[in-house]
Ligand binder design. Structure first.
Ligand code: NAP
Length: 213
């Protein structure tokens, strides 16, 4: 299965690329800049000792079966619009969290569509949108020696696509994927991320994830 991580040169992308590639998936690092994608892919190859390709986002989106959009929310939607044709009929995973830093801490930004995932679905009506990975602290996730036990709430309206993302996620050591219902529920899951960051800052904690017990 070919998985493109669009914006896979960044913080969350790094962990997803490393962990998925180490499980044997054919992972493509996507970037706006093909050269940057190649050089990041080379860096990731050195960490794992296995081959990972880097392509510009358009080619990565065209080649993949599943795309994960690891791009900050203010830019992710424009990228999705540009890649609408390449992403048609494919599973598109949204870990996108619309949030802002204010003088009183981080706040969730409510979009007119309800959530980043629903906005993505409105931009990509021919793709199968699944939302996941919103509550994963990227830096710790990218450290292959790190120990963690985090739940990943997965939302989506296409049962088969959601099942596929749950199965892939459950193969990643330390993650447990849970079906969190329809795509509409993404707003709840997305909004947990600024909450986790505020709790971490206010209580001098680090790398908080979620666990349902
Ligand atoms: N960081 C976390 O802990 C975390 C956790 C959960 C969810 N998320 C979500 O995951 C997504 C990625 O977060 P991140 O922290 O990994 O982001 P990031 O490191 O700041 O950026 C990721 C990549 O986005 C691309 N990018 C930046 N500006 C862009 C633009 N104008 N147009 C297109 N691409 C652009 C860049 O790739 P190129 O320069 O190579 O194109 C960059 O490497 C966000 O939506 C965030 O809400 C993050």
């Amino acid at each position: 299965m070919k998985i493109a991580v669009l914006g896979g040169t960044g913080s969350l992308g790094k962990g997803l690329v490393l962990r998925l590639a180490s499980l044997g998936y054919d992972v493509i690092v996507g970037s706006r800049d093909a050269k940057k994608a190649e050089s990041k892919a080379e860096e990731y190859c050195k960490i794992l000792g296995i081959d990972i390709r880097g392509l510009d986002n358009r080619r990565a989106a065209a080649e993949c079966d599943i795309a994960i959009i690891t791009i900050p929310w203010k830019h992710a939607f424009d990228t999705a619009k540009e890649l609408k044709d390449e992403l048609a009929k494919k599973i598109v995973v949204s870990p996108i969290v619309p949030m802002e830093k204010t003088e009183n801490g981080f706040i969730y930004v409510t979009l007119p569509e309800g959530s980043a995932a629903e906005k993505l679905a409105s931009i990509l009506p021919n793709s199968k949108i699944v939302s996941a990975y919103h509550n994963i602290p990227a830096k710790k996730f990218a450290d292959l020696n790190a120990e963690f036990e985090w739940d990943v709430a997965v939302c989506g309206d296409d049962a088969e696509s959601k099942k596929t993302v749950i199965e892939i996620t459950n193969r990643i050591r330390g993650l447990r994927a849970l079906d969190a219902g329809s795509l509409r529920n993404s707003r709840i899951v997305e909004s947990l991320t600024p909450l986790l960051i505020n709790i971490a800052i206010n209580n001098k904690m680090r790398d908080l994830g979620i666990k349902f017990v």
